[in-house]
Design a protein around this ligand. Structure first.
Ligand code: NDP
Length: 458
């Protein structure tokens, strides 16, 4: 598939990037999500390479699309009945020019090397956009925590960390949570790291509990950050949240805090979902009840609907994007919003769509939003509040400090405004004001590239 032509681009930049992309496809077979993530970045780089041909001689694109290190390991553990299970663990340390590798751990049966590579590649540019000193990495396992007891999750986490610990360190590689990894899992992982190394090294993991080195506001940060980023997008199109109908997909960490923050700004958030189906709650999602069902009882959104009573309707299967709304926050997983869903949202008059999850909108869906003039916030920028607050957690750990929720929230708000500003200004500089996809990819790339060039051939 050819790269999208850019109006100012010369043929040379386009064909060089196409060749690079073809080579990436050949060298990384069977990794469609990684191809998709790389393609989006290369697409945006056409005008940059056009303006700076010296970057092609320095092979910058080839260098930043190859991970620095890919670690794959066996994770054996026993379940409560004594049966042995063997899972596969991953850590992809993609690029460390801006700081220690930083990015979450995902525990989900779909995890494979291609998904780890897509997530860590995205993370490099996202972390660059925060303006903090953070490299990019990602890891996880095909372990499925659903339905597992606390003791089983603990044994799995201990086995996982028994191998992973030798690759980590507060100045080397600092994981956090992602799908299937929350404060409980970070606790078990941190405990095992401390036991193996005999070091109370708070800065080696983020997303820790508030009493043992965690930052206030870290659980809220990704969802809150996306709502704040979108507030900036809305402001520029003369809109705000007041009385707006909002869709959120997912019902995990990112989704819950997206609902909470959007409601606090006057929005009427009417949906959440999980892999089984979605809930429409005409009175607006009751966050306290959702938390109780998801975080305390570890239940499903169908349980929420049942407990909520007549205002909520559970739809098994189906697409949450069929519900008419003004604003949509896909906050579950990659490629959950396809072209059909995008067409439906556009037909129903959606004004803004912003990615809480990583790459939840397919390339065709993104193209439809851009063509329809919908304000579209790509995850790299819109969900950067999570990792930015992880950066703040590292700062507190290094200084043995503990900031208040208000301090962290103010800093998060400042960072999200600044990410928005930089992304917007970059898109404008390249003649495409309001194109946040172009702006985020170029702004992230520029910051990484300056460091790559400055640090020699590494
Ligand atoms: P959680 O594990 O807390 O929640 C994930 C939610 O997504 C659950 O409701 C889950 O439902 C749903 N989900 C997962 N896989 C699928 C699927 N294949 N189809 C439908 N629904 C699915 O994860 P987070 O909230 O932390 O992460 C959500 C997204 O946000 C991910 O893309 C993650 O990479 C991204 N993100 C997270 C950050 C963070 O700080 N946590 C930071 C930046 C991005 P079910 O229980 O049925 O699987």
């Amino acid at each position: 598939m050819p790269l999208s032509p850019h109006r100012s681009a010369s043929g040379a930049a386009v064909s060089a990037l196409e060749e690079t992309y073809e080579r990436i496809l050949r060298r990384n077979p069977g990794e469609p999500e990684f191809h998709q993530a790389v393609r989006e970045v290369l697409d945006a780089l056409v005008p940059v390479l056009d303006a700076r041909p010296e970057l092609a001689d320095a092979k910058v694109v080839e260098r930043i699309t190859e991970p620095e290190r890919q670690i794959i390991f066996r994770v054996p553990w026993t379940d409560d009945s004594g049966e042995i299970h063997v899972n596969r663990g991953f850590r992809v340390e993609f690029n460390g020019v801006l700081g220690p590798y930083k990015g979450g751990l995902r525990f989900h049966p779909s995890v494979n090397l291609g998904i780890m590579k897509f997530l860590s590649f995205e993370q490099v540019f996202k972390n660059a956009l925060t303006g903090l000193s953070l490299g990019g990495g990602k890891g996880g396992s095909d372990f499925d925590p659903h339905g597992r007891s606390d003791a089983e999750v603990m044994r799995f986490c201990q086995s996982f960390m028994t191998e992973l610990h030798r690759h980590l360190g507060e100045h080397t590689d600092v994981p956090a949570g992602d799908i299937g990894v929350g404060t409980r899992e970070i606790g078990y992982l941190f405990g095992q790291y401390r036991r193996l190394t005999n070091r109370w090294e708070a800065g080696v993991l983020t997303g820790k509990g508030p009493g043992w080195g965690g930052s206030a506001g870290r659980p809220e940060a990704t969802g809150y950050g996306n709502v704040l980023f979108t507030a900036e997008m809305l402001r520029l199109i003369g809109e705000d949240y007041e009385g707006r109908q909002v869709l959120v997909s997912g019902s995990g960490n990112v989704a819950i805090h997206t609902v909470e923050k959007a409601q606090s700004l006057g929005a009427n958030v009417i949906t959440v979902s999980d892999s089984g189906g979605y809930v429409v709650d005409e009175k607006g999602i009751d966050v306290a009840l959702l938390r109780q069902v998801k975080e305390v009882e570890r239940g499903r959104v169908s349980d929420y609907a049942e407990a909520r009573g007549s205002s909520a309707r559970y739809v098994p299967g189906g697409s949450v994007w069929d519900v008419p709304a003004d604003i949509a926050f896909p906050s579950a997983t990659q490629n959950e919003l396809d072209a059909d869903a995008a067409a439906t949202l556009v037909r129903n008059g959606v004004k803004a769509v912003s990615e809480g999850a990583n790459m939840p909108a397919t390339p065709e869906a993104v193209r439809l939003f851009r063509e329809a003039g919908v304000a579209f916030g790509p995850g790299k920028a819109a969900n950067a509040g999570g990792v930015a607050t992880s950066g703040l957690e590292m700062r507190q750990n290094a200084g043995r400090e503990s900031w208040t929720f208000e301090q962290v929230e103010n800093e998060l708000a400042r960072i999200m405004r600044s990410v928005h500003e930089e992304v917007y200004a970059t898109a404008e500089r390249y003649g495409a004001p309001g194109d946040y996809v172009l702006g985020a990819n170029i702004a992230g790339f520029e910051r990484v590239t300056e460091a790559v060039l400055a640090q020699g051939l590494i």
